[in-house]
Design a protein around this ligand. Structure first.
Ligand SMILES: *[C@@H]1O[C@H](CO)[C@@H](O)[C@H](O)[C@H]1NC(C)=O
Ligand SMILES: *[C@@H]1O[C@H](CO)[C@@H](O)[C@H](O)[C@H]1NC(C)=O
Ligand SMILES: *[C@@H]1O[C@H](CO)[C@@H](O)[C@H](O)[C@H]1NC(C)=O
Ligand SMILES: *[C@@H]1O[C@H](CO)[C@@H](O)[C@H](O)[C@H]1NC(C)=O
Ligand SMILES: *[C@@H]1O[C@H](CO)[C@@H](O)[C@H](O)[C@H]1NC(C)=O
Ligand SMILES: *[C@@H]1O[C@H](CO)[C@@H](O)[C@H](O)[C@H]1NC(C)=O
Ligand SMILES: *[C@@H]1O[C@H](CO)[C@@H](O)[C@H](O)[C@H]1NC(C)=O
Ligand SMILES: *[C@@H]1O[C@H](CO)[C@@H](O)[C@H](O)[C@H]1NC(C)=O
Ligand SMILES: *[C@@H]1O[C@H](CO)[C@@H](O)[C@H](O)[C@H]1NC(C)=O
Ligand SMILES: *[C@@H]1O[C@H](CO)[C@@H](O)[C@H](O)[C@H]1NC(C)=O
Ligand SMILES: *[C@@H]1O[C@H](CO)[C@@H](O)[C@H](O)[C@H]1NC(C)=O
Ligand SMILES: *[C@@H]1O[C@H](CO)[C@@H](O)[C@H](O)[C@H]1NC(C)=O
Length: 604
């Protein structure tokens, strides 16, 4: 590899392209990295290190939860085996049958050396969690992921036995010794009957029946899983995966929740090179197709929406030392994306089966995608009806400007898209016209320098969704304004003997502002989550022999009732400072001007 006389660009790619893939395949263009040099666990006196993702705590009622340990499994050599399953039924021994909050808890320990592994948790084929494991060390690690799964209430309370499935493809051998010991539990928090001091009622929970929780959740995942996850695998830009489904005749609203993750050649898609550059420099086999990706969701062959995903960096990504113990934004709980399907409901109420299909523009092997269809049913009517009215889709407007000479050059990629769909549904709530919009902007500036030994990528995605429900006497609107920033600077130096040194700085930003208006009532929330990391490392083979990773993160969340702030930093496995607060002392409005959020990364 390093001795083959190929340009150092290849080495650069080794360092950026690392992990969270299901199996290590030693190809020349991709490298998985682990960073604990000792394979054997020696000292049992050292307590395990706790890894975590910075996120706001789940707001819980003061009631005592009923908790169930659903699954306990040691994920050793599980690659290529069917998912691990357990039987699930709603809690039967709980004094209450009415819950305010339901929380999924994943806790795992691991010791030794291991890559990061992607995994998923499904109930009855409905995905509840997409996540990535932490990379262990010889003295052991432990981590917990808690996720509010209350939105899956109707599924969780279904009065029948369902199958809970977990797929985590791990490989254990004499070098990669880490076995993941996992517990999956659910905590059910009974309703606060007498303690409702503050109203938690959102405008949404009112008059026209558009309740927060769906009455039915239909899995849009793989029917009969083979020896892997229930996700569809999208392998290239023409690959389309389809799932048939049917909905009850009295549905009045539908929302498709889409889960996506990207691996192997597309794990670092924002850094993928334009094909012209690959061809001109004889870099065949190098992850290409440029840095833009779009997940397209179609219903019976008509586009209903798109997802321009947040660039999650998995725990072995860029430099594994960056993510110890503070892990990358979204890596322990990957975001899912909602697409309003209600404008199309009229076409689905005929009792027939229909198709959802998924594809990814410019995809390289491999994307894992599936979805959950949340459906609201009219309790007062056996049959609703509706009609799709119209749709305006701007064609994908993509522009690429480049000026490379040999292995140096700059690439500017800009893409825009908007999708607007309208339709009505007649139910016992009246005739409601739903208008759903998605607006996307993308910019990516990629600089290749030092003969391909240095790469800088500065990317910004703006992703806005809006829904208007025009009910007879009022308008209910929801909006989500998202901006996802990704910046990387990396520099690689060949040290000979299959060893190279890499310096990489990274910035990840996840911002979302949500606004909900119902008549004169309104509620809103703002999240700003920014991570900066600086890493250096010496890599031999796929092992990080030495190095240093430092990470700083600032997290701000505020809604009408709750605020959370955290300012934290780690370096060389140690927390340097950690300040938290939950006082809404600052004005609850965003400090980011969403209309001009052009700075691609937001310096601390
Ligand atoms: C899983 O639960 C069992 C039983 O409560 C406990 O002994 C074990 O330590 C737990 N393991 C993890 C990884 O939390
Ligand atoms: C659940 O189903 C069983 C049998 O199908 C039935 O006997 C029981 O009453 C049901 N429980 C509830 C709460 O609906
Ligand atoms: C794309 O992937 C699909 C599914 O693996 C495969 O059948 C098809 O041949 C691939 N197309 C190209 C152009 O590689
Ligand atoms: C690419 O390879 C071909 C033949 O393999 C060779 O003729 C050409 O000079 C090479 N181009 C570059 C830019 O190295
Ligand atoms: C390409 O354009 C960028 C920005 O305009 C400039 O900084 C750079 O020097 C140019 N590179 C080459 C190889 O011409
Ligand atoms: C995208 O950019 C266009 C033109 O600058 C602007 O009108 C639109 O509001 C932007 N959309 C988003 C989602 O930021
Ligand atoms: C690329 O830039 C480096 C300096 O960063 C320079 O030494 C090298 O000659 C350039 N290569 C080409 C092909 O322009
Ligand atoms: C290269 O690395 C191997 C171990 O992987 C070592 O035995 C050898 O001495 C090294 N060679 C040089 C020239 O450093
Ligand atoms: C990377 O981070 C280090 C440490 O903060 C800093 O000294 C260096 O200037 C940064 N490099 C770039 C190109 O951002
Ligand atoms: C976070 O804490 C660091 C260290 O105390 C401080 O320098 C920085 O200004 C703080 N940032 C914010 C936004 O509070
Ligand atoms: C990191 O910490 C270890 C011990 O915890 C220490 O031996 C090592 O020198 C530190 N590395 C750096 C670069 O500070
Ligand atoms: C956001 O930026 C636009 C354009 O620069 C400006 O007109 C507007 O006043 C700004 N909004 C806020 C809240 O600062």
């Amino acid at each position: 590899m390093a001795s083959s006389g190929l340009p150092l660009l290849l080495l650069l790619s080794f360092s950026i392209i690392s992990a969270a893939i299901p199996i290590p395949k030693a190809t020349i263009f991709r490298q998985q990295l682990t960073s604990d040099p000792s394979t054997a666990a020696t000292n049992n006196d050292i307590p395990p290190t706790t890894f975590f993702e910075v996120t706001k705590p789940i707001q819980l009622p003061i009631t005592k939860p009923c908790s169930t340990l659903l699954l306990q499994h040691d994920f050793g050599y599980t690659y290529g085996s069917p998912p691990v399953t357990a039987q699930y039924s709603p809690p039967s021994n709980c004094p209450s049958t009415d819950f305010d909050k339901i929380v999924l808890e994943w806790t795992a320990t691991c010791k030794g050396r291991q890559f990061d592994r992607i995994f998923g948790v499904w109930l009855g084929g409905v995905e509840l969690l997409r996540s990535c494991t932490a990379e262990p060390k010889s003295t052991g690690i432990v981590w917990t992921v808690k996720k509010d799964i209350t939105r899956y209430y109707s599924l969780l309370m279904k009065n029948q036995t369902q199958t809970l499935s977990v797929y985590l493809g791990n490989i254990v051998d004499s070098t990669y010794t880490g076995v993941y010991h996992v517990n999956v539990s659910i905590h059910y928090y009974p309703t606060e009957k007498y303690t409702k001091t503050k109203t938690k009622t959102l405008p949404l929970k009112s008059d026209h029946g558009y309740n927060q929780r769906a009455d039915l959740i239909i899995p849009i995942s793989r029917n009969s899983p083979g020896n892997d996850g229930l996700w569809f695998e999208i392998q290239n830009s023409t690959d389309v995966n389809t799932k048939q489904f049917a909905i009850p005749p009295n549905a009045y609203r539908a929302v498709l929740e889409v889960y996506v993750s990207f691996h192997e050649n597309d794990e670092f898609w924002p850094t993928n090179l334009p094909n012209d550059f690959i061809t001109a420099n004889n870099l065949t086999g190098f992850p290409g197709n440029g840095p833009f990706r779009e997940v397209i969701v179609s219903l019976d062959d008509k586009i209903v929406g798109a997802v321009w995903p947040f660039t999650v960096v998995f725990t072995g990504g860029v430099n594994p030392l960056l993510w110890r113990p503070i892990t990358g934004i979204g890596s322990f709980d990957l975001p899912s994306y909602d697409i309003e399907i209600t404008p199309f409901l009229g076409t689905l109420l005929n009792g027939k089966t229909h198709d959802f299909s998924f594809s990814v523009t410019n995809a390289l092997n491999v994307w894992y995608i599936d979805a959950n269809l949340h459906v609201w049913l009219d309790g007062k009517s056996e049959k609703t009806n509706g009609m799709f009215l119209n749709q305006q889709i701007s064609p994908l407007h993509e522009s690429l400007i480049s000026n490379f000479t040999g292995l140096n050059g700059t690439f500017f990629t800009n893409v825009q898209r908007s999708i607007k769909s309208t339709g009505w549904v007649q139910s016992s709530f009246g005739k409601i016209v739903t208008e759903s919009t998605q607006d996307f902007n993308y910019s990516n500036v990629m600089v290749m320098a030092k003969n391909g030994n240095s790469q800088i990528v500065d990317q910004l995605i703006e992703f806005n969704d809006g829904v208007n429900f025009k009910i007879p006497s009022n308008v209910h609107s929801t909006k989500s304004l998202k901006s996802f920033s990704f910046y990387i600077y990396s520099d690689t130096l060949d040290k000979g003997n299959k060893t190279y040194a890499e310096v990489a700085n990274i910035t990840l930003g996840f911002n979302e502002k949500k606004i909900d208006n119902f008549g004169s009532k309104s509620s809103s929330s703002v999240l700003e989550n920014l991570q900066n990391g600086q890493g250096s490392m010496l890599v031999k083979g796929n092992l990080v022999v030495s190095g240093l990773g430092s990470t700083q993160e600032i997290y701000h969340y505020g809604d009408d009732e709750f605020c959370y702030f955290r300012n934290i930093s780690s370096s060389n496995y140690t927390i340097i400072y950690d300040k938290k607060g939950d006082a809404c002392s600052k004005p609850k409005k965003s400090r980011i001007n969403f209309s001009t959020a052009k700075s691609r990364h937001f310096p601390a």
